[in-house]
Design a protein. Structure first.
Length: 242
């Protein structure tokens, strides 16, 4: 539990801040905010005040549970890494393939390696599904572009796969790992552009009516948004001027 309390070293150490920002982007993922905002509209609810309130309640539970599991999984990865590799003196384990080969002898069972592989597969499928659905929502809702399902999937897959293939061909497996972390950091940098409009719209009584955020939630939401913006801005400052 103590590990959840941020230390000043995160701000002072650019490498630690870079990883922390990547974890934030990988856990929340800005496109999921668009996805959940769209999913709530697909629920079959009565077009009344009580019906809308019930839909919001279920959507809140949905997103809260999803984010809790994302936080739990990311925290578990850090804990397992510290308990198996760092504690055993293996501080150079940075690649996924190293973790797979070292988990079995360190834990004394092949079950750890198998579960690690299943977790990677699950995370890949989750990212693919949410990314494709969010892309569909943005294209149809914001850009008013409607494409056949097969063409949309083909375009989104190519956008995701081509950079990974190019980096792998040029820099090998280590380059792929760096690209993975960079993509998560980019997700975090984009988070501000999703969070600020979300907080602004849901706090506007003209748009939300009786469902607008109460004052305590508005203050808390803006504080979280400012923390995200400040950390991202500080990372960019360190990257270009530090």
């Amino acid at each position: 539990m103590k590990g959840f309390v941020p230390s000043p070293e995160i701000i002072n150490n650019p490498s630690m801040l870079y990883i922390a920002i990547g974890i934030l982007g990988a856990t929340v993922m800005p496109h999921n905010l668009y996805l959940h905002s769209s999913i709530v509209q697909t629920r079959q609810y009565e077009q009344t005040s009580s019906g809308k309130r019930q839909a919001i309640k279920y959507a809140t539970w949905d997103s809260t549970i999803a984010l809790f599991f994302a936080l739990f999984i990311n925290a578990s990865i850090l804990i397992v890494s510290a308990a198996t590799f760092h504690k055993a003196g293996m501080k150079d384990v940075a690649e996924i393939e190293d973790a797979y080969h070292l988990l079995a002898p360190l834990l004394g069972t092949t079950l750890g390696s198998i579960l690690f592989g299943v977790a990677l597969l699950a995370s890949g499928q989750n990212s693919t599904l949410t990314g494709t659905l969010a892309g569909q929502i943005v294209m149809e809702g914001f850009l008013n572009i409607r494409l056949p399902a097969w063409l949309r999937r083909l375009i989104t897959r190519l956008i995701a796969i081509v950079p990974a293939v190019v980096v792998t061909a040029l820099y090998g497996e280590s380059g792929t790992a760096q690209l993975l972390i960079l993509s998560q950091v980019i997700l975090s940098l984009q988070l501000s552009f999703a969070v600020v409009p979300l907080v602004q719209f849901t706090s506007d009584k003209k748009k939300m009516g009786e469902f607008a955020n109460p004052l305590w939630l508005k203050v808390l939401a803006w504080m979280v948004a400012m923390v995200i913006i400040s950390l991202n801005a500080y990372l960019l400052f360190q990257t270009f001027f530090g």
